[in-house]
Design a protein around this ligand. Structure first.
Ligand SMILES: [Zn+2]
Length: 237
């Protein structure tokens, strides 16, 4: 991208995928699209079949690294990793796992901002397959419907449990909230650590990455300031 081959922005399309750029993108944590890049046959295999296949492939990775899979400590690792990938860390790839959202009428006519802050985020960097972890703060101004509070957490968790880049994760949550809440007035901020930055490469254990999404009224400076003030509040129990 830095050498200007067709790309016009961070997510400028797929026609510039040249091998040297692909490696460069991963190192710079850039993404090609707002959508998670999925194959057309992504769900032809059942979850059970995927676990079985990944178990065999991960065994090959471990054996290639020289590990002795007959050791009792390592014997169960390929299956454990396969189940973790399919059933936990990457369960958000499967639309079947998308939380069902029920909206309620806003009978009490609450028309101010609602902020759910400090939502735990556990995701994985799609370039290195190591964890991204941190907090998400989401806010919305009701269009007449309200959402069960825990659904906000569940929606964040669903999109986090995919191989991700933080910018895409932020946008996916923002767009999903706009859709389910039927309003443009949605804000999302994610503040997270990337283990690919902390534990390898530059090995910076102190830096964190902040990304944001502001829709509708949240584009207004005063509204955005109010949201950020609430998100930054320390709750004393
Ligand atoms: Zn990474």
């Amino acid at each position: 991208m830095q050498n200007g081959k067709k790309a016009t922005g961070l997510c400028a399309g797929k026609d510039f995928i040249l091998s040297e750029l692909v490696m460069e993108m991963g190192d710079h944590h850039l993404c090609t699209s707002d959508d998670t890049p999925l194959r057309a046959d992504a769900f032809d295999m059942s979850s059970e079949e995927k676990v079985k296949k990944i178990e065999g492939l991960f065994r090959q990775v471990m054996e290639t690294l020289g590990l002795d899979l007959t050791d009792d400590s390592l014997r169960g690792t390929p299956l454990r990793v396969a189940k973790m990938y399919v059933e936990e860390t990457f369960r958000g790839l499967d639309p079947e796992n998308k939380p069902s959202i029920t909206l309620f009428d806003n009978k009490y006519q609450y028309n101010q901002m609602l902020v759910e802050k400090d939502i735990t985020v556990y995701s994985h960097c799609e370039h290195h397959f190591v964890p991204i972890y941190g907090k998400a703060h989401v806010g919305y101004i009701s269009s007449g419907k309200v959402i069960g509070l825990s659904k906000l957490n569940r929606l964040v968790d669903y999109y986090a449990r995919r191989p991700q880049v933080q910018e895409r994760l932020t946008m996916q949550i923002g767009h999903a909230l706009q859709q389910v809440l039927d309003t443009e007035n949605v804000a999302v901020v994610i503040d997270a650590k990337h283990l690919c930055v902390a534990s390898r490469g530059i090995r910076d254990t102190h830096s964190a990455t902040v990304t944001s999404f502001y829709g509708g009224k949240f584009g207004n400076g005063a509204v955005k300031e109010e949201f950020l003030r609430y998100a930054g509040m320390t709750t004393v129990y």
